[in-house]
Design a protein around this ligand. Structure first.
Ligand SMILES: NC(=O)c1ccc[n+]([C@@H]2O[C@H](COP(=O)([O-])OP(=O)(O)OC[C@H]3O[C@@H](n4cnc5c(N)ncnc54)[C@H](O)[C@@H]3O)[C@@H](O)[C@H]2O)c1
Ligand SMILES: [Zn+2]
Length: 679
């Protein structure tokens, strides 16, 4: 047995406490206090700790039982056959491990067939039929004892009160298990009505279904259109059950024949590969279903193999719930650090224990700003929920205060810049704290890294390390200093030999050929991204034009909003920035658009005869603006994608048009590519 520190013991007891509370709220009150995926995560953590420290396992641990004991207002009923839970797999690796595990137990099983079913997010019911008549409907309860909700079950229209046993009269006793659920539509309607009546809202369709079934008044249950899919058939009085059904697929067919609704997306697979394909297919398609599903249930088809494998204390060994990876997870904050960006913005970051999140491993998450931290009261040592949506950097969205250890302290944002030690500033209308010391090494480094980056002046060979050395040694205090550097100076820096230093000087010099729009982007003026820089540079062909222009004129440029306009205005007001421009001009950098680089508004006819479709939300251009741009250049914009379409311009949340374009193999462009073509 491993020796165990007090920390582990405390953690286990905290986890158990929270899981018990959550489980009670979920099963008994139908009013969950944490998200399912967070529950699953913490449950896994507890399971893991108990595995490594078996002396900590207690009989009442949530890992040791199927569910909470049911509430008391219905009669308790012992199940004829226990209702087990399902083991979870959260990814393909875990699915494969499951297959290996059961194969070890039944190595000679030969040809394998799996049945995949959708894991509908509802609640399990056990139905008993005697001589074809529904006599009992019971909730799963804790798996051994459930609640008798027969009266409510009778109100579910898709559950037959009498089975169709024609030719099957020997099936005197039939036990059916399946999932009762509410469609998303009905769920929303119920919540809408509850809201109007000032009642508590249900957290999700599952909880609404559970709440409905455990209503004492069957009339109310009847009003709510509960639905039901059957998935298991037991024939307790038939000794040779296999003679009627020998595999799960046949059970499902028989269930259908005797009058049940069986989900039509059941799927027979002859290898794990096929299961994996089916799983991946549903990863996106599941959102089109009218009801919620949170994974697949994979079952071994052969009933005799099922029998051979049997059950653990909680699960059948022959089935597994294969769930979809979530965009949220839990982890612990090791430290809170502060990053100073090139705009001086100070961003607190949570350094966390690495966790898998939406397919990648993350160990840092943004905490946005000081207000955010104090609102959520995020502390070092806390267990937190992190979320990653799309491509956004992960963020901490909540603290599980219940798991907090004593002696933690609220986090205090520093009052001084951690890099240059000057006092930080918080402007009234901003949540962000900033270092406003323009010679702060952090800001300077950021500014130089941005200047040399590929999309800016593209100075090859100067990376983060070199920039760091240049700033630390005081060789560079502004981007203009780069152009005064000599090979001798560079040579003296760590990692840079004679050859490399000559090369670097060359690449610095050749950056003088880069266009005005790149220079403008490279200056790193707030809100000026690549696309905006291009647009501005083509409208204002000299820096003088841009710096003298008033806000309204800037705003007339496509896709340039108020924020950009006032940011430009501010920037050019600073005499320090004016000096920088004078110096860079003297050094030979381009601050005008050359004649060859014609601008967008030049009415070139590059797109003559080309047919475009635009779909989704573009980063800067409005629909009308893209259309105008394309038409000015001789192109045509139509509404639907066909074989005639030459290009589809794709933005965020693009839908069916994008799908169609992919099918047809039409060339896809994003906004910046279109603008590039037009330049
Ligand atoms: N949010 C919370 O606080 C909280 C608390 C406790 C439990 N939970 C959730 O409940 C889950 C544990 O509940 P569980 O024990 O019911 O396990 P489960 O939901 O992971 O899997 C078992 C259940 O799947 C259902 N199911 C759906 N389709 C099925 C099919 N085709 N074949 C067989 N079964 C099918 C059945 O109802 C069955 O009982 C956890 O994973 C967690 O997400 C959440
Ligand atoms: Zn600073």
């Amino acid at each position: 047995m491993k020796s165990m520190c007090l920390e582990v013991k405390k953690r286990v007891s905290k986890l158990r406490q929270l899981l018990q509370q959550a489980s009670y709220a979920y099963y008994v009150l139908d009013n969950p206090i944490i998200e399912d995926i967070i529950y699953d995560n913490l449950y896994r953590e507890l399971q893991n700790l108990e595995f490594h420290y078996p002396q900590l396992v207690t009989a009442d641990s949530p890992t040791q039982r199927v569910a909470e004991k049911p509430a008391t207002h219905f009669n308790s009923i012992y199940h004829n056959v226990p209702l087990y839970s399902l083991e979870n797999a959260f990814n393909i690796k875990e699915l494969k491990a499951w297959e290996e595990r059961w194969l070890r137990q039944a190595p000679e099983s030969g040809f394998i067939e799996y049945i995949c079913e959708l894991k509908i997010d509802g609640l399990a019911l056990a139905l008993t039929y005697k001589n074809g008549i529904l006599v009992r409907g019971v909730t799963r309860g804790d798996g051994i004892i459930g609640e008798d909700i027969t009266n409510n079950v009778r109100t579910i229209r898709v559950i037959p009160l009498r089975l169709n046993l024609e030719g099957l009269e020997n099936l005197e006793h039939v036990e059916v298990r399946g999932e009762a659920f509410l469609s998303i539509d009905v769920f929303e309607k119920i919540n809408h009505e509850r809201e109007k009546a000032g009642e508590r809202l249900f957290a999700n369709p599952r909880n609404a279904a559970a709440g409905t079934l455990r209503q004492l008044n069957p009339k109310i249950a009847a009003q709510r259109k509960l639905d039901f899919f059957a998935y298991t058939l037991h024939l307790p009085n038939i000794n040779e059950e296999e003679q009627i059904v020998s595999n799960h697929w046949q059970s499902l067919e028989l269930l259908q024949k005797i009058g049940f609704k069986v989900n039509s997306y059941k799927y027979l697979c002859t290898s794990l590969e096929e299961v994996i394909n089916y799983y991946q297919q549903w990863d996106t398609e599941r959102f089109n279903l009218p009801y919620m599903m949170d994974g697949l249930v994979v079952k071994i088809n052969s009933l005799s193999l099922q029998k051979q494998l049997g059950f653990t204390q909680k699960f059948p060994r022959w089935a597994i719930a294969l769930k979809y990876s979530a965009e949220q997870t839990t982890t612990m904050v090791k430290n809170i650090t502060i990053n100073v960006g090139r705009t001086g913005a100070v961003t607190p970051l949570a350094e966390m224990y690495p966790v898998k999140l939406a397919g990648t491993t993350v160990s840092r998450a943004t905490l946005h700003n000081g207000n955010y931290i104090s609102q959520l009261d995020i502390r070092v040592g806390d267990t937190v929920i992190v979320r990653k949506a799309g491509e956004i950097i992960p963020e901490v969205i909540r603290v599980l205060v219940e798991l907090r250890l004593p002696n933690t302290q609220p986090f205090k944002m520093p009052t001084n810049c951690p890099i240059c030690n000057q006092a930080l500033v918080k402007l009234l209308d901003e949540a962000v704290t900033r270092c406003v010391n323009m010679s702060c090494p952090a800001i300077l480094k950021g500014a130089i890294e941005h200047w040399v980056a590929r999309d800016s002046l593209d100075i090859k060979g100067i990376g983060g390390k070199t920039v760091q050395h240049l700033v630390d040694q005081g060789l560079v205090t502004s981007v203009a200093d780069l152009y005064d550097l000599t090979a001798e100076q560079l040579c003296k820096l760590e990692h840079i030999g004679e050859k490399l230093s000559v090369k670097l000087i060359d690449s610095i010099a050749s950056s003088k050929q880069k266009s005005w729009s790149r220079v403008l982007y490279g200056l790193g003026i707030r809100y000026i991204g690549k696309v905006t820089a291009k647009r501005l540079a083509s409208k204002f062909t000299t820096v003088e034009q841009l710096s003298n222009v008033n806000i309204i004129n800037i705003e007339e440029t496509y896709g340039v909003g108020k924020e950009v306009a006032s940011s430009i205005n501010q920037w050019f007001k600073s005499s320090k920035n004016q000096d920088l421009i004078t110096r860079l001009q003297a050094q030979g950098l381009k601050f005008t658009t050359s004649l060859e680089a014609k601008n967008i508004s030049n009415n070139n006819q590059k797109l003559t005869g080309k047919i475009f479709v635009v779909t989704g939300i573009l980063p800067t251009l409005k629909r009308k603006e893209v259309k105008e741009l394309i038409q000015k250049a001789g192109g045509k914009v139509t509404n639907s994608v066909s074989k005639e379409t030459d290009y589809v311009i794709v933005g965020r949340d693009a839908g069916s048009k994008l799908t169609k374009a992919k099918e047809l193999g039409t060339t896809l462009l994003v906004e910046s590519q279109l603008l590039e073509i037009l330049q």
